[in-house]
Design a binder for this molecule. Structure first.
Ligand code: FNR
Length: 192
């Protein structure tokens, strides 16, 4: 067992859709990380299905669903987030989850983040990723700068087996995941 096998990754897709292209991309990223020996938890839809955040309720007990999300984030050394693009930004369901999880204690602080995404347009969720990068930076996540992975024309980007058609996309995603794990491992070693 090598050191990377100790790494824990929480993988989140910003889409609840059953046939989501971002879920497909996330699964590919998870497989790459698992091949490197990392332990990857893929967030099920339930983890993002939270009440709408309302600051008025902050004096009340935090819902169990939110506590569970916060625990999953806390558990992880690194986060993978695959985001769709909705109206040039991230989907509300993802923003709602990020806002809820940041309440009271911030489990994101100091984590390493790999973001990528797929959209049916020609930008491959580029604008959503810019917003996601900004939000995660506000939460204290060290978001890997390069390579950036924009899966364009997503309806035609995957083979029936769920692989990426474009070999360059596949290469970039692999590079992003390997770099994320390497940096996470270095940081973890430095903290021991
Ligand atoms: C979209 N879509 C979209 N695509 C894009 O490239 N740029 C955009 O701004 C938007 N805006 C947008 C808004 C809303 C409300 C919806 C429902 C969709 C299309 C989007 O890329 C497509 O639905 C993807 O399939 C969503 O990702 P998943 O669910 O497949 O992961």
């Amino acid at each position: 067992m090598n050191a990377i096998s100790q790494l824990r990754v929480l993988a989140i897709a910003g889409s609840l859709r059953k046939e989501s292209y971002n879920k497909r991309a996330l699964l590919l990223a998870a497989n790459i990380a698992r091949e490197s020996g990392a332990s990857v938890t893929i967030a099920e839809n339930e983890l993002l299905q939270l009440p709408l955040f309302n600051e008025d309720t902050l004096g009340e007990q935090i819902p169990n669903s939110v506590l569970q999300l916060k625990e999953n984030i806390q558990w992880a050394d690194a986060l993978f987030i695959a985001t769709p693009e909705y109206n040039h930004s991230i989907p509300g369901v993802l923003k709602n989850a990020l806002d809820w999880a940041s309440i009271q204690t911030n489990p994101f602080n100091g984590k390493i983040g790999a973001i990528f995404g797929a959209s049916i347009g020609i930008n491959g969720s580029l604008r959503a990723q810019l917003h996601l990068r900004q939000i995660l930076t506000a939460l204290g996540v060290h978001v890997i700068e390069q390579p950036q992975v924009f899966i364009r024309n997503a309806a035609h980007a995957f083979t029936p087996e769920g692989l990426l058609v474009d070999k360059q996309d596949e290469q970039l995603l692999t590079q992003l995941i390997e770099k994320t794990l390497n940096i996470t491992e270095l940081l973890k070693k430095g903290l021991q």
